[in-house]
Design a protein around this ligand. Structure first.
Ligand SMILES: CC(C)(COP(=O)(O)OP(=O)(O)OC[C@H]1O[C@@H](n2cnc3c(N)ncnc32)[C@H](O)[C@@H]1OP(=O)(O)O)[C@@H](O)C(=O)NCCC(=O)NCCS
Length: 166
């Protein structure tokens, strides 16, 4: 296996990040987006996240960026600013070898260092790999929102998992 580095994303990563994330938009129920994003949209999104103080990470190996993990606002109202939503997504060629664990563990540590109090992940079910990686990093299951989404002709339930950072 090639050496792996987890680092903060930069604007130059936007194209590759977009390519990776678009695979879960197009090929699965995992993302509740229904249309792929353009690189320009992803770049603008990334700049917003970074300027608002939400860490966004990538995993890089010799072949380039193979995964991403990001944080972002947990609902819009001001009193929620101590909480964040977290997400982790890999190149489908690179699952199952610990990259998700590495990304999420650095993200959680970074968020704790930045003073965030709670992180929430929303996992569209079924997704055994995602539930497993979140549990491994100390997220606990809060509940399931039954059939809260509709994608690819089916209703999809979502699980909320919580990580206590403080
Ligand atoms: C979910 C995802 C990020 C997990 O990352 P990963 O690198 O594949 O997971 P890891 O190799 O770090 O494995 C973490 C743990 O999950 C377990 N796991 C991995 N895949 C699994 C699967 N399909 N079923 C059950 N457990 C699984 C591993 O055994 C490991 O536990 P262990 O250390 O106790 O053995 C990755 O599979 C992915 O990107 N999937 C597609 C996008 C996605 O679903 N993202 C989550 C959005 S909420």
């Amino acid at each position: 296996m090639s050496e792996r580095m987890i680092r903060l994303a930069t604007v130059e990563d936007a194209g590759r990040m977009n390519e990776i994330y678009n695979t879960v938009i197009v090929d699965s129920h995992v993302s509740f987006d229904t249309e792929p994003w353009t690189t320009d949209q992803r770049r603008a999104w990334l700049l917003d996240r970074l300027s608002d103080g939400y860490p966004v990470l990538v995993a890089e190996q010799s072949e380039g960026v193979v995964g991403l993990a990001w944080s972002g606002p947990w609902r819009g109202k001001a009193a929620y600013r101590s909480s964040v939503e977290t997400t982790v997504v890999l190149d489908p060629e690179c699952v199952g070898v610990g990259i998700g664990t590495d990304l999420l563990s650095v993200l959680v540590d970074t968020l704790a260092d930045e003073g965030f109090h709670r992180a929430y992940a929303i996992v569209a079910l079924p997704n055994d790999a995602s539930v497993a990686v979140h549990r491994k990093l100390g997220y606990t299951e809060i509940g399931v929102l039954d059939e809260s989404g509709f994608k690819n002709g089916k209703f999809v339930s979502t699980m909320i998992l919580e990580k206590r950072l403080g």
